[in-house]
Write a new protein. Sequence first.
Length: 374
Amino acid sequence: MIRRLSPTRFLFVTVLMLCLTVAGGVGATEHPGEIGAVPGMPSGEILEVKPAGERRSGTSFTPTVALSPVYDVVYGFAYFRSLPEKPGFEYGAKINGTAEDGESFQFNYDKWTSPKRLFSLRFSCSTFFDPYYGEGNDTDEDSDVRLEGTRYRMQLFAKRSIGGSFTAGPYLDIRTRDEQSVDGDSALRVIPDEASMALGACVTYDTRDSTMSPSLGQFAEFRLAYVPDALTTLDNTNGFASGSVDIRLFDSLAPGWIIGGRLHFGSSLGGPSYLFRHTLGGPDDLRGYLINRFRGNSFYLVQWETRFPLLWVFTGAAFAGLGDVGDDSFRRPKWSAGLGIRASLPPDWVKKARVDVAWSEDQHAVRFLFGEAF
């Protein structure tokens, strides 16, 4: 079972981390060791550690600290490098650990090889456990187990401008998983080990004024991926495919007041594996539920958020979400709502640290992390 932190400890550590962040730049994430999205592309269920204090000179080396209702306190270091004279060129590396002997490593590399071509690489290795509640959209909050093991993931994107604000291109998504124990018992296994490669393509439309903290514009992306039988180690499969659509809209109601909306849905065919099934719950969708809470072949998600000024470098947010995930059909929609505080980070005051407090029907979460949810 996942150990739950007391609300008092959450509040104390969260306030302390937020003060340290504004003062000197400290990073955090809900699920360390996973891969974030290519700039201008959605992150889905996955949240990248955003190094704080990204300098206009293009270099940042910073400690990272995470507060998570799943992993307790996560600590580590991050290095980030971008070249202002070469737009689109950036790379970074992150190393994280927990008090429960989990480690993760992540390396990111993006480069515009020409004015119209972008090459991107994302690689991660993690021994952080997966909280697992079972499959479907009717899981119980107390039924979770800890799936401990090692996960690798690598993404390769080759995007090209196709006119205006549109880009498109193929990508490879390689995922592996080696389960070593369940709740610390090395004799137990829940999910088969796996190594699979997805062949994908995506088309993106993006007019947002910022990928880190958008206030105006639209974003839309269609993704399609296929894992053939020859490119997976799983038995008894003829391959599986998945597709998703992600639409985000932003507008300014008044100076400092921003409203954002998101519609995200997708479906799979052929019986996707554990690593490729859709999930809901976590810091970017139904934020009142913990990560990996609901799992299935198809999902839909509707989100709304209003961001408003508070004082100095701080802004507030009110948000809500509605969605469901399942295999054969959707059941009763799941809801989540909450409030948050954002702190703009020096020296350019664009990057943000956020604290979100969210509720759902049977779970709640307090998170300290980086970047907006969408």
